[in-house]
Design a protein around this ligand. Structure first.
Ligand SMILES: CCCCCC/C=C\CCCCCCCCCC(=O)SCCNC(=O)CCNC(=O)[C@H](O)C(C)(C)COP(=O)(O)OP(=O)(O)OC[C@H]1O[C@@H](n2cnc3c(N)ncnc32)[C@H](O)[C@@H]1OP(=O)(O)O
Ligand SMILES: CCCCCCCC/C=C\CCCCCCCC(=O)OC[C@@H](O)COP(=O)(O)O
Length: 271
């Protein structure tokens, strides 16, 4: 009888753990990091074989490898405005930034020949860092503003020379406090210097499935709204502030409208 109790208990413990939302929270987070690291390990030789080193074309491989990860985490993407990405040539994509989970949505819609601007610390993230470098990600040092500006000015030139699109997070950091942080100006200088359009993309709030403080990581739907492009032809550095304000207002109202509808369809959200 004692043996039977022991077996029942041994079966019950994992079941209890599985149903505990705190356990699920930590499990999903650890799984995400470990799986991305492992995928990156696979991606490294594939990228080197395809392009021999650092090349924006490697993003096709990375995109292909990342697309299934959402299923493991119970996430769905609902994308609207695809037609706005059907723009020829280089452009700058700007989007809000809530978490490292943004990579999943980014890879869901990433256009060809598009790479990102990221903080330089990301290069030290093991295999993921190396894959970011192989994918042509432009690294900036946020603590040395002048260096960052120079790197972005070079990027404006490279965009045109090599027909590359760049994805920038104009908030400059992750933000899960709801709404959008005030925008930094780099993305707008980049677009104006290269005289290329800006395509704003908005991720709905994650707060209906991911709550860091409460340790909850449930299943959920993320809405991605691709907004119409904003032309910068003929603009100069005098137009940066108004361009930034216009983009911010458009994205903020899109953020609230898609986040409200997600909350309504998935049940009440806790803030
Ligand atoms: C296959 C296996 C799996 C592999 C795993 C996955 C692999 C790959 C996936 C890739 C995932 C990548 C995801 C990447 C996510 C990373 C995201 C980040 O790291 S976010 C953080 C980094 N990004 C940014 O910071 C971009 C936004 N920042 C800016 O644009 C900033 O402006 C700046 C950093 C350039 C400068 O910072 P700061 O001085 O604080 O900013 P401002 O207030 O905006 O500017 C001060 C004044 O300077 C003027 N300015 C700004 N930029 C320029 C410029 N380029 N040229 C000239 N002048 C500039 C600005 O106008 C201000 O002046 P003012 O007079 O006040 O107008
Ligand atoms: C041995 C090294 C261990 C490193 C562990 C980190 C590895 C991360 C692994 C998997 C996650 C995959 C997605 C990686 C892309 C994440 C990009 C990201 O979100 O960076 C944060 C940055 O935007 C803003 O940072 P701050 O909030 O300003 O700070």
């Amino acid at each position: 009888m004692d043996g039977l109790w022991m077996i029942a208990l041994l079966l019950l413990i994992p079941l209890l753990l599985w149903t505990s939302s705190t356990f699920v929270f930590y499990f999903k987070k650890c799984f995400y990091v470990a799986w991305m690291m492992l995928l990156a390990l696979f991606a490294i030789p594939l990228c080197i074989l395809k392009s021999g080193g650092r090349d924006v074309e490697n993003m096709r491989i990375i995109r292909g490898l990342v697309r299934h990860v959402k299923y493991f985490l119970g996430l769905r993407f609902d994308v609207s405005g695809w037609e706005h990405l059907q723009t020829e040539g280089p452009y700058v994509i700007i989007s809000n930034h809530q978490s490292s989970l943004d990579v999943l949505g980014l890879m869901e819609i990433l256009p060809d020949r598009c790479t990102m601007i990221a903080k330089k610390e990301l290069i030290y993230a093991g295999t993921v860092g190396l894959v970011c470098w192989l994918g042509g990600i432009v690294f900036i040092n946020r603590k040395k503003t002048n260096d960052a500006k120079n790197v972005m000015a070079d990027a404006a030139k490279t965009m045109l020379d090599d027909q590359i699109r760049l994805w920038v997070f104009p908030e400059g950091t992750r933000n899960q406090r709801g709404g959008l942080l005030p925008f930094k100006k780099g993305a707008f200088h980049l677009a104006v210097q290269a005289q290329v359009p800006i395509i704003p993309i908005v991720f709905s709030s994650y707060s209906n499935f991911y709550l860091r403080k409460e340790k909850q990581f449930n299943s959920g739907t993320i809405r991605l709204k691709i907004l119409p492009k904003i032309d910068t032809k003929g603009m100069t550095s005098d137009d940066i502030s108004s361009l930034s304000d216009k983009s911010f207002n458009l994205m903020r109202s899109a953020f609230h409208s898609i986040s409200d509808s997600v909350t309504q369809s998935n049940g009440p959200s806790r803030h």
